[in-house]
Design a protein. Structure first.
Length: 168
Protein backbone atom coordinates (compact mmCIF):
# COMPACT_ATOMS: atom_id res chain seq x y z
CA UNK A 1 0.00 0.00 0.00
CA UNK A 2 2.72 2.46 0.88
CA UNK A 3 6.46 2.62 0.79
CA UNK A 4 8.77 5.17 2.37
CA UNK A 5 12.51 5.02 1.96
CA UNK A 6 14.90 7.32 3.75
CA UNK A 7 18.49 7.16 2.60
CA UNK A 8 21.76 7.56 4.45
CA UNK A 9 22.42 10.72 6.40
CA UNK A 10 23.38 13.61 4.16
CA UNK A 11 22.00 11.79 1.15
CA UNK A 12 18.31 11.89 1.92
CA UNK A 13 16.21 9.76 -0.33
CA UNK A 14 12.48 9.70 0.34
CA UNK A 15 9.90 7.72 -1.54
CA UNK A 16 6.22 8.16 -0.84
CA UNK A 17 3.35 6.53 -2.65
CA UNK A 18 1.31 3.41 -3.20
CA UNK A 19 1.95 0.89 -5.90
CA UNK A 20 0.10 1.98 -9.02
CA UNK A 21 -0.90 5.29 -7.53
CA UNK A 22 1.99 7.69 -7.08
CA UNK A 23 5.64 7.78 -6.29
CA UNK A 24 7.85 10.68 -5.24
CA UNK A 25 11.57 10.45 -4.74
CA UNK A 26 13.54 13.35 -3.36
CA UNK A 27 17.30 12.98 -3.56
CA UNK A 28 20.17 14.29 -1.52
CA UNK A 29 20.64 17.94 -0.68
CA UNK A 30 22.10 19.90 -3.57
CA UNK A 31 21.39 17.06 -5.94
CA UNK A 32 17.62 16.79 -6.07
CA UNK A 33 15.99 13.87 -7.73
CA UNK A 34 12.21 13.91 -7.99
CA UNK A 35 9.99 11.34 -9.60
CA UNK A 36 6.28 11.91 -9.85
CA UNK A 37 3.77 9.75 -11.62
CA UNK A 38 1.63 6.71 -11.36
CA UNK A 39 2.10 3.39 -12.95
CA UNK A 40 0.85 3.35 -16.53
CA UNK A 41 -0.04 7.02 -16.41
CA UNK A 42 2.97 9.29 -16.38
CA UNK A 43 6.42 9.64 -14.94
CA UNK A 44 8.62 12.71 -14.63
CA UNK A 45 12.15 12.56 -13.31
CA UNK A 46 14.29 15.59 -12.66
CA UNK A 47 17.92 14.82 -11.91
CA UNK A 48 20.62 16.41 -9.83
CA UNK A 49 21.37 20.10 -9.94
CA UNK A 50 23.57 21.01 -12.89
CA UNK A 51 22.96 17.65 -14.47
CA UNK A 52 19.27 17.49 -15.20
CA UNK A 53 17.48 14.40 -16.27
CA UNK A 54 13.87 14.55 -17.37
CA UNK A 55 11.68 11.66 -18.37
CA UNK A 56 8.20 12.43 -19.59
CA UNK A 57 5.75 9.95 -20.97
CA UNK A 58 3.28 7.29 -20.10
CA UNK A 59 3.52 3.59 -20.52
CA UNK A 60 2.75 2.55 -24.06
CA UNK A 61 2.65 6.14 -25.27
CA UNK A 62 6.10 7.69 -25.32
CA UNK A 63 9.20 8.41 -23.33
CA UNK A 64 11.73 11.21 -23.69
CA UNK A 65 14.94 11.47 -21.73
CA UNK A 66 17.19 14.50 -21.83
CA UNK A 67 20.58 14.10 -20.23
CA UNK A 68 22.90 16.52 -18.49
CA UNK A 69 24.19 19.64 -20.17
CA UNK A 70 27.04 18.87 -22.55
CA UNK A 71 26.38 15.19 -22.28
CA UNK A 72 23.11 14.83 -24.13
CA UNK A 73 21.18 11.67 -23.68
CA UNK A 74 17.98 11.44 -25.68
CA UNK A 75 15.52 8.61 -25.77
CA UNK A 76 12.63 8.67 -28.18
CA UNK A 77 10.17 5.89 -28.72
CA UNK A 78 6.98 4.19 -27.61
CA UNK A 79 6.86 1.19 -25.36
CA UNK A 80 6.66 -1.91 -27.51
CA UNK A 81 7.98 -0.05 -30.56
CA UNK A 82 11.58 0.95 -30.13
CA UNK A 83 13.90 3.00 -28.04
CA UNK A 84 17.15 4.75 -28.97
CA UNK A 85 19.54 6.51 -26.63
CA UNK A 86 22.40 8.52 -28.06
CA UNK A 87 25.03 9.73 -25.62
CA UNK A 88 27.61 12.47 -25.70
CA UNK A 89 30.19 12.88 -28.45
CA UNK A 90 33.16 10.56 -28.07
CA UNK A 91 31.40 8.59 -25.43
CA UNK A 92 28.43 6.99 -27.10
CA UNK A 93 25.49 5.44 -25.37
CA UNK A 94 23.18 3.47 -27.62
CA UNK A 95 20.15 1.46 -26.73
CA UNK A 96 18.29 -0.42 -29.41
CA UNK A 97 15.43 -2.77 -28.83
CA UNK A 98 11.71 -3.18 -28.44
CA UNK A 99 10.02 -3.58 -25.10
CA UNK A 100 9.44 -7.27 -24.50
CA UNK A 101 11.98 -8.19 -27.18
CA UNK A 102 15.43 -7.18 -26.01
CA UNK A 103 17.43 -4.23 -24.84
CA UNK A 104 21.19 -3.69 -24.72
CA UNK A 105 22.83 -0.58 -23.37
CA UNK A 106 26.54 0.13 -23.55
CA UNK A 107 27.65 3.10 -21.50
CA UNK A 108 30.55 5.54 -21.52
CA UNK A 109 33.99 4.49 -22.64
CA UNK A 110 35.95 3.04 -19.73
CA UNK A 111 32.87 3.00 -17.61
CA UNK A 112 30.52 0.50 -19.19
CA UNK A 113 26.88 0.00 -18.52
CA UNK A 114 25.24 -3.10 -19.94
CA UNK A 115 21.61 -4.04 -19.73
CA UNK A 116 20.36 -7.27 -21.20
CA UNK A 117 16.87 -8.64 -20.86
CA UNK A 118 13.28 -8.49 -21.93
CA UNK A 119 10.84 -6.17 -20.29
CA UNK A 120 8.79 -8.11 -17.75
CA UNK A 121 11.05 -11.13 -18.09
CA UNK A 122 14.49 -10.24 -16.75
CA UNK A 123 16.94 -7.42 -16.68
CA UNK A 124 20.58 -7.32 -15.61
CA UNK A 125 22.47 -4.07 -15.34
CA UNK A 126 26.15 -3.81 -14.57
CA UNK A 127 27.28 -0.31 -13.70
CA UNK A 128 30.55 1.61 -13.77
CA UNK A 129 33.59 -0.62 -13.74
CA UNK A 130 35.21 -0.77 -10.31
CA UNK A 131 33.04 2.00 -9.08
CA UNK A 132 29.34 1.48 -9.05
CA UNK A 133 28.53 -2.17 -9.55
CA UNK A 134 24.80 -1.99 -9.97
CA UNK A 135 22.99 -5.24 -10.67
CA UNK A 136 19.26 -5.60 -11.06
CA UNK A 137 17.68 -8.98 -11.60
CA UNK A 138 14.00 -9.78 -11.66
CA UNK A 139 10.77 -9.30 -13.48
CA UNK A 140 8.23 -6.59 -12.93
CA UNK A 141 5.98 -7.51 -10.01
CA UNK A 142 8.02 -10.58 -9.21
CA UNK A 143 11.35 -9.62 -7.67
CA UNK A 144 14.07 -7.07 -7.95
CA UNK A 145 17.54 -6.93 -6.40
CA UNK A 146 19.71 -3.88 -6.73
CA UNK A 147 23.25 -3.55 -5.44
CA UNK A 148 24.46 0.03 -5.42
CA UNK A 149 27.75 1.91 -5.41
CA UNK A 150 30.76 0.47 -3.64
CA UNK A 151 30.90 1.88 -0.14
CA UNK A 152 27.30 2.96 -0.36
CA UNK A 153 25.33 -0.19 -1.05
CA UNK A 154 21.69 -0.29 -1.96
CA UNK A 155 19.68 -3.50 -1.95
CA UNK A 156 16.02 -3.72 -2.78
CA UNK A 157 14.15 -6.98 -2.63
CA UNK A 158 10.44 -7.43 -3.06
CA UNK A 159 7.56 -6.69 -5.32
CA UNK A 160 5.31 -3.67 -5.43
CA UNK A 161 2.61 -3.79 -2.78
CA UNK A 162 4.06 -6.94 -1.27
CA UNK A 163 7.42 -6.18 0.31
CA UNK A 164 10.33 -3.89 -0.23
CA UNK A 165 13.63 -3.74 1.63
CA UNK A 166 16.21 -1.11 0.93
CA UNK A 167 19.62 -1.01 2.57
CA UNK A 168 21.96 1.87 1.89
Amino acid sequence: VGCTTVGRSGLGCTTVGRAGVGRTIVGRAGVGCTTVGRSGLGCTTVGRAGVGRTIVGRAGVGCTTVGRAGLGCTTVGRAGVDRTIVGRAGVGCTTVGRAGVGCTTVGRAGVGCTTVGRKGVGCTTVGRAGRCGCTTVGRAGVGCTTVGWAGVGCTTVGRAGVGCTTVG
